[in-house]
Design a protein around this ligand. Structure first.
Ligand code: NIG
Ligand code: FE
Length: 416
């Protein structure tokens, strides 16, 4: 059946509002309809209103009775490293013994150990593991995820990962936004400048020509790619028509936020060490900050980014998981909501806006997803709670009841 009528949501959290990322007090306006309903036709939202109003227009639609649950847009996870082989259980155990991210990397763990496993894996094996990850995202209520390459670090292996991301898009109902992150680390076989040459003259032209990615990202950090090298990579990508994101100021305040502002990037991600000048630079260029509290938590740090200052400055803050095997092994946006509220002092409403509509704008899809409004895709979730604030409050407990992508039920609790 191509029509659905969702009825009796305790709260239909629409996030209806202006056609732009939300800032300031706009982050708190969720457009909630009590006992709300929604009419869906051919995968798109046709009408939003009270249950009574929608019920009058159901005609031949299949009824989805939410029975007093929260209904809201699927989460949009704007920062993930979804495709990799293996895990980093040894790093996890070492961290528990007190070793730092940098010490573990030097001792043979870190990004490099995942690169070795990912290079050795076949496309088929990578796709199988990626499908498993995609299913985890859906189970947490995420319906769109950005996905980065970055564990290949040779022309062939980066293209292999982007090829897997392309196949994944066809194979799963999670919607995927591909990002090229060839500059994630300097591979052992090259000097930094040699590898920079490979990224700029070999990888990026192929990625752009074969339309394998919408965004280019870089790990801008001393010991990985410095400001000049990051500038070279990102400006080349921009000239080739890619939009820009960046891992900046994660471990040191090295000027990454300012660089991304200068390049008019779409997002600046991490920002744990960014100071007020960096925040002001992001504001001047309207770059969206993507905050990743899951990685701060999993690394055992307490240095969270300054979310309140960013909101007060007027930035359109985004929250994401940073799902990856090393620093943030979680696909759970509800966990991120919990961390945002408890550790970064964001309100539950701000956290919901940052992980739905603002995240949608940050992956250039603000016109299609991120809110429940007529004309947008019917990507929505029923949660087993009555109040949206419960999502970040009951932490560590799945509350997903059913997940819909383009009007199709792709998961319900009997299958979770
Ligand atoms: O976002 N900072 C760089 N990249 C990832 C970590 C990747 C890894 O450790 O495998 C991050 O935290
Ligand atoms: Fe990351």
């Amino acid at each position: 059946m191509s029509s659905l009528a969702v009825l009796h949501a305790s709260q239909l959290v629409t996030l209806a509002g202006p056609n732009r990322p939300r800032t300031g007090t706009g982050l708190s306006e969720l457009g909630i309809i009590r006992d709300g309903g929604m009419l869906v036709r051919h995968g798109k939202i046709e009408r939003i209103g009270s249950s009574d109003e929608i019920e009058k227009n159901v005609a031949d639609a299949e009824i989805v009775d939410a029975r007093g649950r929260v209904v809201m847009p699927g989460f949009v996870d704007a920062h993930t490293h979804l495709v990799f082989a293996g895990n980093r259980l040894d790093d996890f155990e070492r961290r528990a013994r007190g070793e730092t991210y940098e010490q573990i990397a030097k001792a043979g763990g870190g990004i490099w150990s995942t690169v070795e496993k990912t290079r050795a894996a076949s496309e088929l094996d990578l796709l199988a593991q990626a499908k498993k990850h995609a299913n985890w995202f859906l189970r947490c209520g995420t319906t769109t995820a950005e996905a980065k390459s970055g564990y290949g670090l040779t022309v062939e292996d980066e293209l292999k990962i982007l090829g897997v991301i392309r196949q994944l898009k066809e194979a799963v109902r999670l919607e995927i936004v591909p990002t090229f992150l060839g500059a994630h680390a300097v591979p052992r076989e090259f000097s930094p400048d040699e590898y920079l040459g490979v990224v700029v003259t070999e990888m990026l032209p192929r990625v752009a020509a074969e339309k394998l990615a919408e965004f280019c990202d870089v790990f801008c950090e001393p010991g990985y790619f410095d400001i000049d090298q990051s500038h070279k990579i990102l400006s080349t990508a921009k000239n080739l028509g890619l939009s820009l994101r960046g891992h900046v100021d994660q471990l040191t305040n090295s000027g990454g936020a300012k660089l991304l502002a200068q390049l008019n990037a779409t997002t600046a991600d991490h920002l744990e060490q960014t100071d007020e000048q960096g925040i002001a630079a992001l504001k001047r260029a309207n770059v969206q900050p993507v905050l990743l509290p899951g990685s701060v938590y999993a690394l055992g740090s307490s240095r969270y980014p300054r979310a309140r200052e960013m909101i007060e400055t007027g930035l359109a803050v985004v929250l994401a998981t940073d799902f990856n095997p090393g620093s943030s092994p979680t696909p759970s946006m509800p966990m991120v909501l919990s961390l945002a509220c408890t550790q970064m002092k964001m309100s539950p409403a701000e956290a919901i806006t940052a992980s739905t509509v603002n995240a949608a704008y940050s992956v250039n899809r603000g016109d299609k997803i991120g809110s429940l409004e007529p004309g947008k895709l019917a990507n929505f979730v029923l949660f087993d709670c009555e109040d949206y604030r419960e999502l970040g409050y009951w932490f560590g407990m799945p509350q997903t009841h059913a997940v819909y992508v383009r009007g199709d039920c792709v998961l319900n609790s009997s299958r979770i």
